[in-house]
Design a protein around this ligand. Sequence first.
Ligand code: ACO
Length: 171
Amino acid sequence: MVTVSDSELLFPRSFIPAALHERVGPDIEIRPLAESDYTRGHFQLLTVLTEAPAISPERYVERFRSMKACKDTYYTVAFIHKPTDKLVAVGTVFIERKFLRGAGVVGHIEDIAVSSSMQGRRLGLYLINSLEEIARSSGCYKVILDCSKDNIPFYEKCGFQLKEYEMALYF
Ligand code: ACO
């Protein structure tokens, strides 16, 4: 596995709870997404979630840097399979600042993907745990997400409760 320098990361490593490193097993490293993760199968991994046509490496870096420039907002956590140096799980918590609730902040969990060969190893659960902890330490009063009916039992196992309905308008 190639060691990624701290300057390449979306946010500081210290945001990821230390206890999770032991739980995922010795073959997995948990760290923030890195600018070079384009080459570690980020797009192949996202196809378990939805259509994820690859963009150019330049566009990837541009998007990565625009997210990093939004201070204290985007936290994408990546799980790397050390023997192959490939991403096997990824997910994001996006921090929304509100006027409501005394200028409160809300965490939105988005784009959770665990590679098919790694599903059932609790990586999904640990990924959600890491995003939840980042939301908590960012001062969020809640963390929310949208998912399919089939994934409700998974999120219930992660401690979430069913609330409200999702609406969408596609362009
Ligand atoms: N139905 C019922 N239970 C489930 C399901 C399911 N679909 N998926 C996981 N679980 C249970 C597991 O059995 C386990 O239970 P246990 O604690 O009793 O053993 C617990 O939930 C934790 O499971 P993990 O092993 O952590 O789940 P996994 O690593 O396989 O990740 C995930 C689950 C993320 C849904 C994965 O299967 C995946 O990537 N699927 C394809 C993409 C996807 O649907 N992503 C979520 C989109 S929603 C969003 O992005 C906000």
